[in-house]
Design a protein around this ligand. Structure first.
Ligand code: ATP
Ligand code: LTN
Length: 332
């Protein structure tokens, strides 16, 4: 019997993947992929809670698959799939939404943020988004959900929903744990270090994307907002810009924040920004090159997501059947 624990995580193909998603989530996916049975998806159903251009959504979804693989996720060892190609997610989501309270959904920070930013499109899907996310996770009986800090609240709500359901029907769902990195869990915008680096806010210059050219990455770091002091010192409150760059450097160069502080003590911001840029360029170079190569092989990508959806559906349908039985739906 396969004793490996299970991981599920996903990213919305709502734009080009950023350094934030890489350091907050994907890097851990790669590190954990040998020791767990892993399911990694393109959360296209979540992406449409914000209006998407159809051609761009299709293109970004394929690019994201290529980038997952280029980051080091081997499709022979990990189940890589597109959420909308496994209908059981939507089906379980409906059931779980009947066990999710209006008050709980109203308290979600992401709902509040996204509604404020998209005041002309506060749709029902944006509100019930966490029930679909709970379905994504619970349908695979995931033990661990590697995400950035901003998604912790959704994983906690998933546990609450699962606990409520289990309390009524017995042990149907495993309760998942969030897995959040110690450094890099919340990479901030390079232009506004008080707000999260986000792929849907790319035109501000605060974002670095996985596919950006080296010269663009260097320019983004050179222009990064710091402060009028000159010391490279970690202090999130007083020096949010520098502290953000220190976190990025630490993860990209494989050092601790303390080592980073020592290395750059007595050196100015110019030197430091140059070093952060170079470390990120080298970190992303192999990803960019391999993703570009994979993207030119559409037949291979199609094979990956088709086989991925088949494997995912097999596991997902087992959980769905069990849930339908428990709640009293007549079985075929
Ligand atoms: P959008 O702008 O469309 O909401 P996003 O850039 O916030 O997208 P998501 O698809 O929401 O990215 O997130 C993908 C994964 O990466 C999630 O696990 C999320 O927690 C993580 N993540 C996203 N941005 C960051 C960031 N700036 N720092 C650390 N982790 C992040
Ligand atoms: N909500 C997440 C994306 C996401 C996800 C998931 C993450 C959708 N379903 C399941 C982990 C597990 C986001 O906005 N980053």
């Amino acid at each position: 019997m396969d004793e490996k624990k299970i991981i599920l995580s996903g990213i919305k193909p709502s734009g080009a993947l950023t350094l934030g998603s890489y350091l907050g989530a994907i890097k851990n996916w790669v590190e954990l992929s040998d020791t767990y049975n892993c399911y990694y998806m393109m959360a296209d159903m979540h992406a449409i809670t914000i209006r998407q251009d159809p051609a761009a959504l299709r293109r970004t979804t394929l690019e994201q698959i290529a980038q997952y693989i280029a980051c080091g996720l081997d499709p022979d060892k990990n189940v890589i799939f597109i959420q909308s190609q496994v209908p059981a997610h939507a089906e379980l989501s409906w059931v779980l939404s009947c066990y999710t309270m209006f008050g709980e959904l109203s308290r979600m920070t992401q709902f509040k943020d996204k509604s404020a930013k998209n005041a002309d499109n506060i749709n029902a899907g944006l509100f019930t988004y966490p029930a679909l996310m709970a379905a994504d996770i619970l349908i695979y009986q995931a033990d661990l959900v590697p995400v950035g800090d901003d998604q912790k609240q959704h994983v906690e709500l998933t546990r609450d929903i699962a606990g409520r359901f289990n309390g009524i029907y017995g042990d149907v769902f495993k309760l998942p744990e969030p897995f959040i990195p110690k450094v890099g869990a919340r990479i901030m915008s390079l232009q506004d270090p008080t707000s999260k680096m986000s792929k849907s806010e790319q035109d501000t210059g605060g974002c670095v994307c996985l596919m950006d050219k080296p010269e663009d990455i260097m320019r983004a770091f050179k222009r990064a907002v710091t402060d009028s002091d000159t010391r490279v010192r970690y202090d999130v409150k007083e020096k949010p810009g520098v502290s953000n760059l220190m976190q990025i450097y630490a993860v990209a160069a494989g050092k601790s924040v303390i080592e980073t502080e020592k290395d750059f003590d007595c050196r100015g911001y110019g030197d430091f920004k140059q070093a952060v840029g170079e470390a990120v360029v080298e970190l992303l170079r192999p990803v960019r090159e391999e993703a570009a190569r994979l993207l030119s092989d559409k037949a291979y990508l199609e094979k990956v997501y088709t086989e991925g959806a088949e494997k995912a559906a097999y596991t997902a349908n087992k959980t769905l059947r069990k849930v339908y039985k428990k709640i009293g739906f007549v079985q075929k």
